[in-house]
Design a protein around this ligand. Sequence first.
Ligand code: SF4
Length: 272
Amino acid sequence: MTTQNPLPRRRLLIALDRPGGDTPLVSVLLPDGAAVFPDILPAVRAVADTLQDEARRTVAELGQAVTCHLGCDACCRHLVVLGEAEALALLRTLRGLPEPRRQQVLARFQAGLARLESADLLPRLFAVFTREAHDWRHVAEMLAAYWELAIPCPFLEDKACGIYDERPLTCRQYAMTSPPAACLDPFGPQASLVKVLPPVDLAGAAAAFDGEQAHASRVLPLLLCLLLEPRLGRHGFPILEPLPMLDRFLKFAAGHYSRKDPPPNPQAKEYP
Ligand code: SF4
C-alpha cells in the first residue's frame, strides 16, 4: 500500500545516458514546480528500479539468478541506513498511512527502539550516526550487533514490505544470488552471501546530495528516523527546478564511488 504525495506531478520519459552503454528509458514522476530534493525521490526510485532490473539481466546472462523471493524477510531484519532526504520522505509516508496501520507501524517502531535500548545498542547507534562524518568501522560493527537482535523493520507486514512502492533506495538495491539459507547467517564465519552489485549506488549518492551539490554523507538507521526527526534537514534543502535537480543528481551519482567498509578492526572497542 502506498501514499500519495500531495505535490502535483507530471510524468516524463527520460533516457539514462551512460558512456559506452545503452540508454534505458525511465518513466518518472516529477513535481510540477520548484521543489526540494526529498520531493524528487520518486523519480530517483524509478531510476534505481531500472538499474536494478538491468543488474539482474546481467546476472542472468552470466547464468546466475537472483534468489530473493516473496516470503523471505531476512534482509528486513538488517540495520537499514538511509540519507536525510530519504528519512524525511519515509516519515511523510508513515504519516500518510491510514489508521489503524499508522498506529501499528508506530508501535513496531517503539518496540524496536525498546529492544535496542534493552540491549544497550541504542546509545551506541545514536552516537555513531549523529556525527557529521560517520566512522564506517563502527558502522560495520553496528551492522552485526543489530542483526543479532533480529528486530523486524517496522514496515514489515506478513513477511512483505508494507511500503513496497516507497521503500528506501537501500532496500531496492538489495538482491542476492547466493542460496536463501546464506541470508540467515550473514555475519558468521561461514558467511557466503553473494550480492548483486548495482551499477550505480544511488542510495549512497542520495545520502550525500542536497539537490544542488554534494556534501559529506549523512545516513541514519531507519529505526531511528522518528527519534532523529528534529535534526533532519537542519542543513536545509534548496528549492529548485526538479528536472535540472534530477539531472545534477544523476551526474553526481554516476561519478559517486560505492562505499566500501574497511576490514573489521578487532582493536575498535571504544565508542564516542
Ligand atoms: S522498508 Fe520494506 S523492504 Fe526495507 S527493510 Fe523495511 S520492510 Fe524491508
